[in-house]
Design a protein around this ligand. Structure first.
Ligand SMILES: Cc1cc2nc3c(=O)[nH]c(=O)nc-3n(C[C@H](O)[C@H](O)[C@H](O)COP(=O)(O)O)c2cc1C
Length: 272
């Protein structure tokens, strides 16, 4: 064959394409477990910081972090019934996928859809934090639409199911320097101690308006607004309101107030 023949060029291009696509596919397959492990580590670090069992700044290597995380008392909640559900494995349940799965999702009525979810999973994985046999915290997953992106976070409440112990947003793509200020540790630290319900049991936690004077009555339920991020801040108010309301975790929290949970046999974390 003439070395300049078009057929030869086509064969060379095809071979290069096959070799390159094989390399990319192999890389995807080989790197997937590493990626999944990194995601698990990231999630466990995030949740462990909300438990109060890890001191701020305490260095924990990956293995110890994962061991602690895996020993947490994680439960599946049927959100609508407000009760624990033993039929699903909390360690493998994927709430995000369930929100889109016809077998697991429920529609959020428009009048109640403050978090702009459309649908949500019927079930959620929540964490109970025990220390010396006492329930110390409950960690609830929360999410809602911000200005540009879905905001994913966790809200940790004290054992009174009303006082904020900690909060985090671990995934969002709001504008850097504006909406993404919701991930600022100094701002999230201000959530601590706020009450999320009023005396009638209605959700009241809110971001802003403006700066909240620490000794004002508003400081009981509110944290400072974020400059240049009123829209994202209002979205945070709305999503917290939704998740603590009757279509969110309120039925569960009411039930736990009446029937305090008991520690799962496997959950030894924090006991001394
Ligand atoms: C390019 C661009 C990106 C913006 N991103 C955000 C954002 O992520 N979150 C947000 O609340 N406001 C964002 N804003 C600002 C809002 O349009 C609005 O001005 C702001 O929320 C008002 O906040 P303020 O009352 O504190 O000024 C953005 C504005 C522009 C022009």
């Amino acid at each position: 064959m003439d070395k300049d023949a078009p057929a030869k060029a086509i064969i060379v291009v095809a071979l290069v394409a096959v070799v390159c696509s094989s390399l990319v596919s192999a890389a995807v397959v080989l790197l997937r477990p590493i990626q999944l492990n990194n995601q698990l580590l990231e999630r466990s670090r995030n949740i462990m910081q909300l438990t109060g069992l890890v001191e701020p700044g305490q260095a924990l290597d990956d293995a110890n972090m994962l061991a602690l995380f895996k020993s947490l008392d994680i439960r599946i909640v049927d959100i609508d019934k407000g009760e624990f559900d033993d039929s699903l494995d909390p360690h493998t349940f994927d709430q995000r996928r369930a929100a889109g799965d016809p077998n697991y999702r429920v529609s959020v009525p428009a009048a109640q859809d403050l978090a702009k979810l459309g649908t949500r999973s019927r079930f959620a994985a929540i964490y109970l934090v025990w220390k010396d046999g006492q329930l110390r915290r409950i960690i609830l997953p929360i999410r809602g639409a911000g200005m540009w992106s879905m905001l994913y976070g966790y809200l940790a409440l004290e054992a009174d199911f009303n006082t904020v112990a900690a909060a985090s947003f671990y995934e969002q793509t709001e504008t850097p320097g504006l909406g993404d200020q919701i991930t600022r540790p100094d701002w999230l630290a201000k959530w601590r101690g706020r009450k999320v319900y009023d005396d009638l049991g209605d959700p009241v936690f809110a971001v802003g308006p403006g700066r909240i004077a620490p000794d004002s009555p508003a400081a009981e339920h509110r944290v400072d607004a974020l400059t240049g991020a009123t829209i994202t801040g209002d979205a945070v108010t709305s999503l917290v309101y939704y998740w603590l309301g009757p279509h969110g975790f309120k039925p569960l929290l009411n039930r736990l107030r009446e029937q305090p949970p008991t520690q799962a046999a496997t959950a030894a974390t924090g006991d001394s």
